[in-house]
Design a protein around this ligand. Structure first.
Ligand code: HEC
Ligand code: HEC
Length: 205
């Protein structure tokens, strides 16, 4: 029998070929629904938690993100445009259609806010800074997925801190207007301003 390459995710999920037909292995979005969407997603849950709700703190929760943001960020990992420790290698193993399937799958799961420590005083200061500098694009205190800008409220604080550090250093390119806000905040409040923001996002449970 000729070897039929399976989508990498199926192989890494530890599933043995079940008398694979060429049609099943084909990269067709129509076939990547139902059970096979779950199979694709299973590979992610080892790190991102059941249904994408991470037990954190180094790995972000990926449930409930908007489809557009999810696809953009996966493509950004793939191209290397968004810096990552591990996601570049992982995203490279998925086709555009598989990424859309994953975006749908996780987008339909609820974002579960992490239960983590924070400093109340800093969180209050952060709430004000958020309103002034970030709310415009990260609506509802950073809870909204509809802005296509990720979810900040209740996301794991170490992950948010690293993401911010990448934006500040220019490692990860921020949208032009976000970059301006970040520079302004850095100028006015220094690193303490970002510390306050991180505490504000962690305070939302
Ligand atoms: C080995 C652990 C691991 C596995 C497996 C993994 N991820 Fe990740 N993921 C991470 C880490 C860590 C990050 C943070 C970026 C980085 O450093 O790579 C991340 C970041 C992400 C983000 C960005 C979240 C945001 O808010 O911007 C998305 C989306 C994502 N992963 C999707 C997936 C999908 C889909 C899969 C399965 C196909 C997957 N990940 C498998 C560890 C993992
Ligand atoms: C003009 C709109 C805009 C403003 C203002 C803005 N952001 Fe963003 N932000 C975005 C967009 C769009 C993305 C997604 C970028 C990408 O795809 O890489 C993003 C992404 C992020 C992320 C990464 C989320 C993740 O899960 O990886 C963080 C953290 C973040 N913004 C924090 C902030 C903070 C803090 C402020 C205020 C100081 C702010 N942003 C202001 C539009 C904005």
């Amino acid at each position: 029998m000729a070897f039929t390459p399976l989508p990498k995710a199926l192989a890494t999920a530890g599933l043995v070929m079940l008398g694979t037909s060429a049609a099943f292995a084909a990269d067709s979005p129509a076939l990547l629904t139902g059970a096979s969407a779950t199979m694709l997603a299973n590979t992610c849950m080892g790190c991102h938690g059941p249904d994408g709700a991470s037990h954190g703190p180094a790995t972000p929760t990926i449930a409930g993100l908007s489809k557009d943001y999810f696809v953009d960020v996966m493509q950004g990992f793939k191209s290397g445009e968004i810096p990552s420790t591990i996601m570049n290698r992982i995203a490279n193993g998925y086709s555009d259609d598989e990424i859309k399937t994953l975006a749908d799958y996780f987008g339909n799961k609820p974002f579960v806010k992490a239960n983590q420590n924070f400093k109340p005083k800093l969180a209050r200061r952060g709430a004000k800074l958020h309103d002034k500098y970030c709310e415009k694009c990260h609506g509802n205190g950073g809870q909204s997925a509809e802005d296509d800008a990720g979810i900040l409220a209740g996301q794991w604080a170490p992950y948010i801190s690293w993401a911010l550090a990448d934006f500040i250093s220019g490692h990860r390119e921020a949208p032009r207007k976000m970059k301006k806000r970040i520079e302004k905040l850095l100028l006015k409040k220094g690193a303490a301003g970002f510390d306050a923001l991180v505490n504000f996002y962690a305070s939302q449970r």
